[in-house]
Design a protein around this ligand. Structure first.
Ligand SMILES: Cc1ncc(COP(=O)(O)O)c(C=O)c1O
Length: 476
């Protein structure tokens, strides 16, 4: 529980986040409380964000101060805001409720789609001692990454059908850092960045933190909408396009070779550099994976990758693969952030990539088993949820029986389960009929999480209005 504010949101920014908060209806305290609740639960108002004074909120939203005070009272009762004299009012997340009453219950984190480290990581840590001793004689700063790792990463692209040399690789502190560097180098305030909708939530945050504007192009049920992408490229003139085409997070969709060619051609024609996030590319869970070459094309394509999902997020290592001159630009932008990635972890990853096949095969087998267990559990305990069983990736993208994802996320916390509602995967909220359920935890925990979610979902479904809406802000 956050016991004091650790950041603040201004009145005008809160008003922007709340755009459309009462839909076509009259402004009411219930609608305002519902809208703030969504923003807290989907992470756009993180816990500990100090809210402006009631009077300032009332002015920014053009409503009475009483309406704001009543909404704040309701949020306080739900544990979603806290107030202390002198410190003001700030956002919070409610405690775990029943799970806390029952100390044997562990909170189950299904909001993060990330697994524990593969055993191979610990073996690699032991194996690199000699190599580390040799490195200790140098100064340890490698702006582009250590040569051995850059070479191994380049060889892996070449083996996948995209000829690559070490000078086309920049080692970064994870794929997220890679994206932040690309944004810093290629975009300025007010620039547009085309994104899939839904997309990876932290990418949305990185784009807005770079003062750029995400332009979402909705995915179709079975893949990418090429006409929609072409129209957005034409109409919005984005400075960059950020796409996840390999077991897309959160939908699990995979783009085939033909589709990759079409997207690359569209972006090249519009002269829009493509940023292709391959973080999940290796998590192909089919019995006989059919490899698809990395997306490449006639225009600028910047590929970002990561060891986080294949090996371990705690290595905090990722990379960029791009033309050598782009890599040089990114490396010089890096000096404003950090001066390179840790050498020890890079040696560990280089060791893991000396022969990555067994380790990645183990990761795939684990995830395939967990996916199947989660699929069976959801079908049994939540039969009115629907989803496509993905061929790869980290989670099920579940269609719920109503627009209830954020309410369910709140009800789930009360039974000790954290889940990410669909709104988190969209720059402008909405997607309230969708919820991502990752299958990265061990099987018994997945089954336990679904068992806990089932009554929580029933309680929320039961509270839907007769028109199937839940009285919250309208959803897209
Ligand atoms: C699509 C995608 N990109 C980037 C990341 C972040 O990767 P990293 O841990 O390497 O920063 C994730 C993590 O979930 C992801 O799913």
């Amino acid at each position: 529980m956050v016991t004091h504010p650790i950041g603040r949101v201004s009145g005008p920014r809160l008003a922007r986040l709340l755009e459309g908060w009462h839909g076509a209806g009259r402004p009411s305290s219930a609608a305002l409380a519902g809208a703030i609740r969504l923003l807290v639960l989907d992470g756009r108002l993180p816990p500990g964000t100090a809210l402006p004074a009631e009077r300032e909120v009332a002015a920014a939203l053009r409503v009475s101060r009483t309406l704001v005070a009543t909404a704040w009272d309701a949020l306080r009762a739900d544990g979603l805001v806290r107030t202390r004299r002198g410190a003001g009012t700030w956002t919070a997340l409610p405690g775990p409720g029943r799970a806390q009453d029952n100390p044997g219950d562990q909170p189950l984190d299904l909001a993060r789609a990330a697994s524990a480290a593969l055993p191979a990581v610990a073996h690699a840590v032991d194996a690199v001692r000699g190599a580390l001793t040799a490195e200790l004689a140098g100064h340890g700063y490698h702006d582009y990454g250590i040569d051995l790792l850059r070479e191994r990463l380049a060889d892996r692209y070449t083996a996948r059908g995209l000829p690559t040399t070490a000078d086309q690789i920049l080692v970064t502190n994870g794929a997220h850092h890679a994206l932040a560097l690309v944004l810093r180098t290629f975009t300025g305030p007010g620039d547009r960045v085309l994104v899939d909708q839904p997309t990876y939530p932290n990418a949305i945050d990185a784009i807005t933190a770079a003062h750029a504007i995400p332009v979402p192009v909705p995915l179709l049920d079975d893949g990418w909408d090429f006409d929609g992408v072409a129209a957005a490229l034409r109409q919005s003139g984005p400075r960059l396009a950020y796409l996840i085409v390999d077991f897309h997070n959160p939908t699990g969709l995979l783009l085939d070779a033909d589709g990759r060619g079409r997207l690359a051609a569209l972006a090249a024609r519009a002269r829009t550099p493509l940023v292709v996030d391959e973080t999940i590319a290796e998590l192909d869970l089919r019995a006989a994976p059919e490899p698809v070459a990395p997306l490449s094309g006639p225009g600028t394509v910047i590929t970002i990758g990561s060891a986080s999902k294949s090996h371990w997020g705690g290595l905090r290592l990722g990379w960029v693969r791009a033309d050598a001159d782009v890599v040089r630009r990114l490396a010089s932008a890096r000096h404003a952030f950090d001066l390179g990635s840790p050498v020890f972890e890079q040696l560990v990853l280089a060791e893991l990539y000396a022969d990555p096949v067994p380790a990645i095969a183990e990761r795939r087998a684990d995830l395939a088993r967990r996916r199947d267990v989660l699929v069976a559990a959801v079908r049994e305990h939540l039969p009115d949820w629907s989803f496509r069983v993905p061929d790869g990736g980290l989670g099920l993208w579940c269609a719920l029986p109503g627009p209830m994802a954020s309410r369910l996320a709140l009800a789930a916390r009360a039974v000790g389960v954290r889940v990410a509602p669909g709104s988190r995967f969209s720059p402008h909220g909405g997607l309230e009929r969708w919820l991502r359920l990752p299958y990265t935890l061990p099987e018994p925990l997945l089954v336990e999480a679904v068992r806990r979610l089932s009554p929580a979902a029933a309680s929320v479904t039961g509270s839907l209005g007769s028109d199937g809406t839940d009285g919250l802000i309208p959803v897209a």
